[in-house]
Design a protein around this ligand. Structure first.
Ligand code: SF4
Ligand code: SF4
Ligand code: FES
Length: 225
C-alpha cells in the first residue's frame, strides 16, 4: 500500500493510502475526541466532534471519515477546532435531558468525559429538549431515548456485530429518533443473551433492565458524592 506523508500539527507523519486523519492521529499518539466513531463500525460522520483543520479546505472536516492525502497539512487542536468541538458538545448537552447527575452511566458516559476534557460546563444555549418515555418492556435492554445523542452506534452495532438489524433512524431534524419497527418500544427475543448495543452506547440511553430511569419512575432520588 502506498505511503502517504502528512504534516500534522507541524510534524511529519507517514500513513498508508486509505487511512483516515483520525487513524493517523491515533497512530501518532494524538488524541482527537470521537462520539459516533468506533473502530469496529463503518464511520457515519454523525456527531462532528472529531473535526480538524485542513489547509485549503474552507470548512473543518470530520477526521473519522476523511482520508489522508499526500502533502496534506492538518491541525488537530487549533483554537478554531477546539472552539468548534466545544460548541458541538454544548449543543449536545443543551438538547440532552437534565438528569445527568442521577444517570447510572454518569461515570462512564463518553459525552460527559469529552465535555470535561474540553472544559465545557453548563451549556450557554437554550434548546428544546427531546423527552421520551422510558422503554422498559424488554427484559434485556432498556431505552431512555431522552439521553440519546443520535450517534447511531447502536444501529450499526446491532446490524454489523449482532447481525440483527433491530434499529433504524426515523423522522427528520429535531424529531430524528432511533426506532424499532414502526416506532414501537423495544421488545425483541433476539436481544436475549445480547447486549451489544448497550456496550456501544456512549451515553445512558441504553442500559440493562432495572438500572435507568429511577428519576422518571417517581422513585426517590439518592445523589451521593
Ligand atoms: S440487544 Fe443485541 S439484538 Fe437486541 S437490539 Fe441490542 S444489539 Fe440488537
Ligand atoms: S441509543 Fe445510544 S448508541 Fe444509539 S444512537 Fe442513541 S446515544 Fe447512540
Ligand atoms: S466521531 Fe467523527 S463525526 Fe462523530
Amino acid at each position: 500500500m502506498a505511503e502517504v506523508t502528512v504534516t500534522m500539527d507541524g510534524s511529519q507523519a507517514s500513513g498508508r493510502e486509505g487511512m483516515t486523519i483520525l487513524e493517523l492521529a491515533q497512530e501518532n499518539g494524538i488524541d482527537i475526541p470521537t462520539l459516533c466513531y468506533r473502530p469496529e463500525l463503518p464511520p457515519v460522520g454523525a456527531c462532528r466532534i472529531c473535526v480538524v483543520e485542513v489547509e485549503g479546505s474552507r470548512t473543518l472536516v470530520g477526521s473519522c471519515h476523511t482520508p489522508i492525502t499526500q502533502g496534506m497539512v492538518t491541525y488537530t487542536h487549533s483554537p478554531k477546532v477546539l472552539e468548534t468541538r466545544r460548541i458541538v458538545v454544548e449543543l449536545l448537552l443543551a438538547s440532552h435531558c437534565g438528569t445527568c447527575f442521577v444517570c447510572e452511566k454518569a461515570n462512564v458516559c463518553e459525552l460527559r468525559k469529552i465535555a470535561a476534557d474540553l472544559e465545557v460546563g453548563l451549556p450557554r444555549f437554550q434548546m428544546r429538549k427531546r423527552y421520551y418515555p422510558i422503554e422498559d418492556i424488554s427484559p434485556y435492554v432498556q431505552r431512555d431515548l431522552s439521553k440519546c445523542i443520535l450517534c447511531r452506534r447502536c444501529v450499526r452495532a446491532c446490524r454489523d456485530i449482532a447481525r440483527q438489524d433491530v434499529f433504524a433512524i426515523a423522522y427528520r431534524g429535531f424529531s430524528s429518533k432511533v426506532v424499532v419497527d414502526f416506532d414501537q418500544p423495544l421488545d425483541k427475543d433476539v436481544c436475549r443473551d445480547c447486549d451489544v448495543c448497550i456496550s456501544f452506547c456512549p451515553t445512558g440511553a441504553l442500559s440493562k433492565p432495572g438500572h435507568i430511569g429511577e428519576e422518571k419512575k417517581g422513585k426517590p432520588l439518592i445523589v451521593t458524592g
